[in-house]
Design a protein. Structure first.
Length: 260
């Protein structure tokens, strides 16, 4: 969803001439402009990018490598067939691939057919997907796409070391979801964690609704965590959110790119 992203970056730039950006993942899939989003992000300065589950599956389909999904559980044709049911067609359409061509490959998704189908995806975009990080850490915060277990330290050992030692944690950071109870439960973390993946309206009355603003979706701020997925891609009243760790404040754009 390119226009909301452009609007947010512009709005933040008016308040801070040298922002440090950390993106929480899912640059592709359900929105109509996946290619445009990556084109916009590639030259952005002072920016770091987390890996989302959508990005991870596309990385597997395009590059043959996944962070969370390890062979032989899933291969490129299997991932292609599955992801076509969850928004991949919109992503491929943004690269100019026709629905009839997708349908033909979907009937017989061989490796050669996949390579031909995906040949129009630029190498810079392939590299962007391949280089996405599962977690980003600073001294006072960490960011990962989906979840970090509340009873697992974020520093001793640090998250990258834990992910290297225990591969099953890769699915947690890429696909996991906090329960309602976990939001406010004590964490053993030393820092504040920021997460996307699960839209805030999934938590019902617990959070994500600004009752002063007509029920619009806002980040959930809980015990040592902030959930920033305000359902821009999934809800008519969804928003794209830029959250400032230092203040803390946030700016939002609606789906049409209006700052609200």
């Amino acid at each position: 969803m390119l226009r909301p992203l452009q609007s947010l970056v512009e709005a933040v730039g008016q308040l801070d001439t040298s922002p440090q950006w950390i993106f929480v993942g899912d640059y592709v899939n359900r929105g109509p402009e996946s290619r445009g989003v990556i084109d916009f992000l590639l030259p952005l300065t002072n920016a770091r990018f987390c890996r989302g589950n959508h990005d991870d599956i596309l990385d597997l389909i395009v590059n043959g490598i996944s962070f969370a999904e390890q062979p032989p559980q899933i291969d490129r044709p299997t991932a292609f067939r599955w992801f076509m049911e969850h928004g991949l067609s919109e992503t491929l359409a943004s690269y100019g691939i026709r629905p009839t061509t997708m349908a033909a490959v979907l009937r017989h998704p061989t490796l050669a057919a996949l390579d031909d189908l995906l040949s129009g995806i630029p190498q810079a975009h392939r590299n962007f997907l391949r280089n996405l990080q599962p977690t980003i850490s600073d001294p006072d915060l960490f960011v990962t796409h989906a979840k970090w277990e509340i009873n697992r330290s974020d520093m001793h050992p640090d998250i990258p070391t834990s992910l290297e030692m225990e591969h099953e944690l890769r699915r947690v950071v890429t696909w996991g979801r906090f329960t309602m109870e976990e939001l406010d439960e004590p964490k053993v973390w030393h820092r504040i964690g920021y997460f996307g993946h699960t839209p805030v309206d999934n938590y019902g009355s617990r959070g994500g609704f600004d009752r002063r603003g007509g029920g619009k979706l806002i980040p959930i701020v809980a015990n040592k965590l902030v959930l920033v997925d305000t359902a821009a891609a999934l809800s008519p009243v969804g928003r794209l959110t830029a959250y400032c760790h230092d203040t803390p404040q946030f700016i939002q754009s609606d789906r049409q790119g209006n700052i609200i």
